[in-house]
Design a protein around this ligand. Structure first.
Ligand code: C6P
Length: 404
């Protein structure tokens, strides 16, 4: 199993105090803290290697390029993609989904064709498609959820019609924590020849992802939610699909030959990587992946599952608590409200006790509408969290509740 005390030593920020109280950081679904090894790797690269990648013949450029491409290989192995050509670096999940929305809709869809998302999606997996709906007349449909926070999978067949050209679904909901049965969804979609994009923003930090086993056509995740730096993320795409899609942005790095008459594009994955990439962040992300692997993905998953179970169990003793998301398969996220205390008040008062939780709609307003609420308080866990921190959270909630 995993040695949390030892892990916590790798994250100095966890030792700090806020308002004179020890920090209890439970906002990991928004972003995780970074271990020293990631910060050191990035500092070392800026200090001793820094040069633009791919274009230079000089030593530093080649060394930076080697680190950048080694990071791509690390990501490939991490999600078990077949080829490094299938790994496109983006700024994050949001950019990865926007890339697919833009290039897929441009080349594979016409007005009236449908994209199927779900009622529990993050705005990135809604608005990216709505922009295409406005621009190209495609239609965005959504699969409903049950009151427990599960997808209404029994209905999915009625949503998968000959007009459906793509399914785009969160692996894990950032509000409900529900782990969606993406393999089943992919199988059902593939039986009808429909490709599937998986938003893995909330799963890649917590569980082993195997894109070949899952058989998804696209998969997106963000480095900053898995102990890596901000501003870097990944789009995985099956080679056959990436070959079919046109570039997302134009600029340097992504071209083969440019003339006034005609421009041809670089091979994969560079066709989708216009401009100077954040090559220091890719190295940071690779270092974060190595760190996660050194702890063990299975250990991380087991620890966080236990924290989630413990948190729900302890919170059940809080009078008038309401949970949002009680799926049997749930991960690292607990959303709740207490009586009629406004989520913002609860979050703000917890903050004064040193407890960092998220409040609000969590960029999932259609889900909030479905639940009939304006927002929730959300505690979310990472490998460095402890049961003691959950006890502090529960005591904090009880204290705030007494004040109301
Ligand atoms: N959710 C949260 O606190 P970016 O911002 O591109 O790194 O990730 C976007 C995103 C996409 N899908 C899901 C399921 C997500 O949870 C997120 C980010 C954060 O829940 C910020 S709102």
């Amino acid at each position: 199993m995993l040695d949390v005390n030892k892990i916590r030593e790798d994250f100095p920020i966890l030792q700090r105090e806020v308002y004179g109280k020890p920090l209890v950081y439970l906002d990991n679904a928004a972003t995780t803290q970074k271990p020293l090894c990631v910060l050191d790797a990035m500092r070392e690269e800026y200090l001793n290697v820094n040069a633009n990648v791919h274009r230079g013949v000089h030593y530093l450029s080649q060394q930076a390029t080697d680190l950048h491409e080694a990071a791509r290989e690390k990501v490939r192995a991490f999600i078990n993609a077949k080829k490094t050509e299938e790994i496109v670096f983006t700024r994050g999940t949001t950019e990865a989904i926007n890339l697919v929305a833009s290039s897929f809709c441009e080349s594979q869809m016409k007005a009236g064709d449908e994209v199927l998302v779900t009622e529990m999606e993050h705005h990135s997996n809604i608005v990216s498609w709505q922009l295409q709906a406005q621009r190209r007349g495609i239609v965005v449909k959504h699969l409903p959820i049950t009151d427990e926070g599960l997808l209404c999978l029994d209905d999915i067949e009625t949503y998968l019609t000959e007009k459906t050209k793509l399914v785009s679904v969160a692996h894990v909901s950032n509000v409900l924590g529900t782990i969606n049965p993406v393999k089943d969804i992919i199988r059902l979609a593939h039986e009808r020849g429909i490709p599937v994009l998986v938003d893995a923003a909330q799963s890649a930090p917590h569980m082993k992802i195997d894109v070949q086993d899952m058989d998804c056509d696209f998969l997106a995740f963000s480095g900053h939610k898995m102990y890596g730096p901000t501003g870097i993320g990944v789009l995985y795409g099956k080679e056959v699909w990436l070959e079919k899609l046109p570039p997302y942005q134009g600029g340097g790095e992504m071209i083969d030959k440019v003339t006034w008459e005609k421009t041809t594009f670089e091979r994969l994955p560079f066709k989708f990587e216009a401009g100077t990439p954040d090559y220091v962040a890719t190295h940071g992300l690779a270092t974060a992946i190595k760190y996660m692997e050194s702890v063990g993905l299975d250990n991380i998953e087991a620890h966080e599952q236990e924290l989630t179970r413990y948190c729900m169990e302890q919170m059940r003793s809080i009078p008038n608590i309401r949970f949002f998301g009680e799926a049997p398969k749930k991960d690292a996220v607990v959303s709740f409200l207490v009586g009629d205390i406004h989520h913002l008040d609860l979050g703000t008062l917890l903050d004064r006790l040193g407890i960092a939780v998220r409040t609000g709609h969590h960029c999932a307003q259609p889900l909030m509408d479905r639940l009939g609420i304006a927002g929730t308080v959300r505690a979310s866990f990472a490998m460095y969290n402890t049961k003691e921190e959950i006890d502090i959270l529960v005591a904090g909630i009880l204290r705030v509740a007494k004040m109301f």
